[in-house]
Every structure is written in structure tokens, then in C-alpha cells.
Design a protein around this ligand. Structure first.
Ligand code: NAD
Length: 417
């Protein structure tokens, strides 16, 4: 079966249109929300270690700021495209709205392969990107954060560069920073922690406890590796994981500590003694209770959704399930906790980090984790109730909750008439 469109921007537009129609909102709502309010493409020259200059293409997309400053991560990946960044910025608007955070949505990216850059090249690329977009960003305007192949060190270089440009420290510019530069306790784990909280809420409602459940995790980065550890701590058995080089399977369960050490040593999950090598596609269709996609978009598609055997899919990644696959999973009775809810823990603790920066007063890890859990459980409950009340997919319910909030804000601001 051929998918109608795997363009994430078109997919995001379809999700918003559907929510606007279902809520019978003024036509202006969709007209405003169907694209980012601001989109910047920049050419970033970088002096390479061999003395040559290479020019990279970067983007920053600000989708909607009706409820507050825009917020969203930065992705460094060879396949970053303008439409991917647009889509990710739209999803950020609705993710913040599902959680009731006072942020709109944004996203940025640079088309590059960070694995091929030296540390010095990566630093110069990060600093020059901030130069190129500096007019658009700031603690009260637009607040970036880490995403695929970016990390706290990159955030630190960027904050430093911005602080130099503004001639004062501006720690509230970025979130996901190292602790010493105003980072928050718990931020590194927040996306996975939030995902595991929503998975536990969903599992309980399905009569399936996480303790004893079997779990497969696609992607072993920030979100995926922590999800493996946290879900194991809740008594689940992680039977498969993968990264960009492929996956591993062990039906008796994989020890997260041994796996972490193996990945640190070899830069891959593959080759872990006692495991069988599998492809990423095989991982998605293994017999298991819970599937956690934590890599990239368009992984569960019309081509493989029919073979997914999990009862519950908790989307740590953004956009891992295509609309066609979503429908197939729904028909099969697989419950999908959608990305804009399941992975919102990251932006929620980013919000806490920004609040702490503005106050210059810092919370303990316990305070952060407790507040995160409260926010996630509350948001999950609202989406679950609408899903049950209207007999609609969790994703449709999440978009309706979110789009209604953004529309309400735009209406009282006088943007709709
Ligand atoms: P990361 O760079 O830390 O990790 C990405 C992982 O995915 C790596 O292990 C990589 O090897 C793996 N990967 C790449 N291509 C793959 C493929 N084709 N198959 C299997 N694995 C593959 O990135 P991250 O921050 O963990 O982000 C992962 C997903 O979670 C993305 O969709 C991102 O947008 C989403 N997300 C991240 C955050 C956050 O706070 N970091 C927040 C919300 C959502």
C-alpha cells in the first residue's frame, strides 16, 4: 500500500484541519494555524579544521505565539528539511497546549551530519547558527532546546554566543543546558520520564500493568535510552532496542545497565552478547505489550502497521506513526498515546527550567519530577476522557484539547475577527 503523503508538514496540517472541523471553529483558526507565522532559512558558513569553508543550511520556524513565547528544539541531522522543521514547530504548539504550558511552538534544525564534525567544527556551527537567527530568539520571544543529535554542550555554546551578542548573560534563552549554566534537574530524563508516566496511565486503563509487561524501544538516544532504564525500573521487561545501525532482541529481557555500558563502549546497541540482531522494521513488529518509538518520523507506516503486535504504543518520538498507520492501529484496537502528549515531558521540564532561570531560584530533582508527573497525569486524564466520551482516537482527542486552547487564546486576543 502506498501512503498518500509522508510529508510531516502535510500530516500536521491534516491533523489541525481535522480538529478545527470537529470543533466547528471559525475558518480563521485553521487559516492561521495551517502554517508557521514566521520561518527563517539561513546559510551558515563554518571554517572547517582543514581551513576550508563549508556552508550549512539552517532553519528556525515559529508556528504560533498566541499563549506565550515560542518554544522548541534544535535538530542536527543530514535529513533535516524545511517542511520537517515546519511540522515539528506545529506539533510543539499543540504539545504545549495539551499540557497547558504558557508557550507556543517553534523548532529549528541544521542539515548536517554531526557524527562527521569535529568538536571545534560543531562548536563553530552552533555559534554561527545563533548569530544567524539571533534577531528571532530570546527568553521572551523564542526559546530553543535540544532535539535529535543536539545536547547540553551545544546549548551551552549557544547561550554563550547569544550572551556575548547581547552583552549580558541570558540563561533563559535556551533550555536543556548543563546544570552549571542554569539547567534544570531532571531535564535530561524528562522526555522519557513523561513518556513512561503516560504509558503507565494508559496501561492501567487497559488493565495491563507496566510491571511484568514486555517492551520494545526504537531509538536509543536521549529519549529512548532513558525510557529503557525508567520502564525497567517499573518492573517491565525490555526485550528489544535499536539505534540507527540496527536492533537487538532478547525475549528474556535486556539489562539496561549492561546495555548502557555497551553503547558507551561501542557507539552502538548492536553486538550486545546474548542478543539476536534484528532490523528496525522487525523491532516494530515483535510480539510485545508496549512499543516505544523514540527515533524519527514515519516509522510505523501503512506497510508495517498491520503487523504491529503491541497493545500499546507510546510515542516518545515526534511523528513516528503515519496517519494511515494510525488508522490501521486504531482498527486493530492498539492504543496509541500520541506524541504531543507522550513526549511532552521534555518541554514541560524545559518550561520549569525557563521559570527557574527567570527566578534565579532552583528546584530539587524531587520537586521537578513530582511537578512533571502531576502535569503529565492531568494532561493524560483530559485527553483520555475526551477519547472515551467521543469514542475517538487519543491523537484526535489530544489535538482537539490543544487546538481549542490555542483558538480560545486567539479569540480573546481579537485575532479571529
Ligand atoms: P537523540 O539524538 O538523542 O537520539 C536519537 C536516536 O535515534 C539515536 O539513538 C539514533 O541512533 C536513533 N536513530 C536514528 N535513526 C534511527 C532509525 N532509522 N531507526 C532507529 N533508530 C534510529 O534524539 P532524542 O532527543 O532522543 O529524540 C528522539 C525523538 O524524540 C525525536 O523524534 C525527537 O523529536 C523526540 N523528542 C525529543 C525530546 C528531547 O527532549 N530530546 C523531546 C520531545 C521529543
Amino acid at each position: 500500500m502506498v501512503e498518500t503523503s509522508l510529508n510531516p508538514f502535510r500530516i500536521a496540517q491534516g491533523q489541525v484541519r481535522q480538529a478545527c472541523e470537529a470543533l466547528d471553529l471559525e475558518p480563521a483558526v485553521y487559516e492561521i494555524l495551517k502554517q508557521p507565522v514566521r520561518f527563517l532559512e539561513v546559510a551558515i558558513p563554518v571554517r572547517m579544521d582543514d581551513g576550508s569553508v563549508r556552508v550549512f543550511t539552517g532553519y528556525r520556524s515559529q508556528h504560533n505565539d498566541a499563549v506565550g513565547a515560542t518554544k522548541g528544539g534544535l535538530r542536527f541531522h543530514p535529513k533535516v528539511t524545511a517542511d520537517e522543521v515546519r511540522a515539528l514547530s506545529m506539533w510543539m504548539t499543540f504539545k504545549c497546549a495539551v499540557l497547558g504550558l504558557p508557550f507556543g511552538g517553534a523548532k529549528g534544525g541544521i542539515s548536517c551530519n554531526p557524527k562527521e564534525l569535529s568538536e571545534g567544527e560543531l562548536e563553530r556551527l552552533s555559534r554561527n547558527y545563533i548569530h544567524a537567527i539571533s534577531q528571532l530568539i530570546g527568553p521572551e520571544k523564542d526559546v530553543p532546546a535540544p532535539d535529535v543529535y543536539t545536547n547540553p554542550q551545544i546549548m551551552a555554546w549557544m547561550v554563550d554566543e547569544f550572551s556575548r551578542l547581547r552583552e549580558h548573560n541570558s540563561f533563559g534563552l535556551m533550555t536543556g543546558k548543563p546544570l552549571i549554566l542554569g539547567g534544570s534537574e531532571g531535564r535530561g530524563e524528562a522526555t522519557a520520564r513523561g513518556c513512561v508516566v503516560t504509558a503507565a496511565e494508559a496501561a492501567r486503563r487497559l488493565g495491563l500493568e507496566l510491571a511484568g509487561a514486555t517492551v520494545a524501544v526504537q531509538g536509543y538516544g536521549n529519549a529512548g535510552s532513558v525510557a529503557v532504564r525508567l520502564i525497567h525500573q517499573r518492573g517491565a521487561r525490555v526485550i528489544a532496542v535499536s539505534d540507527s545501525q540496527g536492533g537487538i532482541h532478547r525475549p528474556e529481557g535486556i539489562d539496561p545497565g549492561i546495555l548502557e555500558e555497551h553503547k558507551r563502549r561501542t557507539a552502538s546497541v548492536r553486538g550486545l552478547p546474548g542478543t539476536r540482531e534484528i532490523s528496525n522494521d522487525e523491532l516494530l513488529t515483535l510480539p510485545c505489550d508496549v512499543l516505544v518509538p523514540a527515533a524519527l518520523e514515519n516509522q510505523i507506516t501503512g506497510a508495517n502497521a498491520g503487523r504491529v503486535k503491541a497493545k500499546l504504543v507510546a510515542e516518545a518520538a515526534n511523528g513516528p506513526t503515519t496517519p494511515e498507520a494510525d488508522e490501521i492501529l486504531h482498527q486493530k484496537g492498539v492504543l496509541v498515546v500520541p506524541d504531543i502528549l507522550a513526549n511532552a515531558g521534555g518541554v514541560t521540564v524545559s518550561y520549569f527550567e525557563w521559570v527557574q532561570n527567570l527566578m534565579s531560584y532552583y528546584w530539587t530533582a524531587e520537586e521537578v519530577n513530582q511537578r512533571l508527573e502531576q502535569h503529565m497525569v492531568k494532561a493524560f486524564g483530559a485527553v483520555w476522557d475526551l477519547h472515551r466520551e467521543k469514542n475517538i482516537k487519543m491523537r484526535d482527542a489530544a489535538f482537539r484539547v490543544a487546538v481549542r486552547r490555542v483558538a480560545d487564546a486567539m479569540r480573546v486576543r481579537g485575532w479571529l475577527h
